[in-house]
Design a protein around this ligand. Structure first.
Ligand code: SF4
Ligand code: SF4
Length: 122
């Protein structure tokens, strides 16, 4: 059994994703949030997702930044692989971002991993 079986909102962690990156060539904000040139709009995100063979779909601009005099946006993404039961429909093939996701390090309030960590359990 996984702590996810106790989750009050299964799949919360797979909705409204915001990507981070430490890859050379990617532009990021100071906290590692991946950002895209504002003037390229949603196409910059689509292009990145396709190039990296990710399943995500951009939903909306999450936040705007100015970096070295240029405007950038971070984007919230949803994932079509997320099942109605809140489970991943492509668990074995999920992207690197999903594999590296550490629920206990997020501040996702409903996440059981986060709750357990916040009371010193993990
Ligand atoms: S990782 Fe956290 S938010 Fe996601 S399903 Fe599991 S317990 Fe819920
Ligand atoms: S691929 Fe799976 S783990 Fe990754 S965001 Fe989509 S549903 Fe969640």
């Amino acid at each position: 059994m996984s702590l996810c079986d106790l989750c009050p909102d299964p799949g919360y962690c797979c909705r409204g994703l915001v990507l981070t990156s430490d890859k050379k060539g990617d532009v990021t904000a100071k906290d590692g949030t991946l950002v895209f040139p504002a003037e390229e709009g949603i196409w910059a995100v689509h292009d990145y997702i396709e190039r990296h063979k990710m399943p995500y779909q951009p939903v909306d601009i999450e936040r705007s930044y100015r970096i070295n005099g240029r405007k950038y946006n971070s984007w919230t993404l949803n994932c079509p692989k997320l099942g109605r039961d809140g489970r991943c429909g492509a668990y074995e093939d999920r992207p690197e971002n999903c594999r590296n996701f550490e629920a206990s390090t997020t501040k996702t309030p409903t996440c059981v991993f986060y709750k357990v960590k916040s009371i010193g359990g993990v």
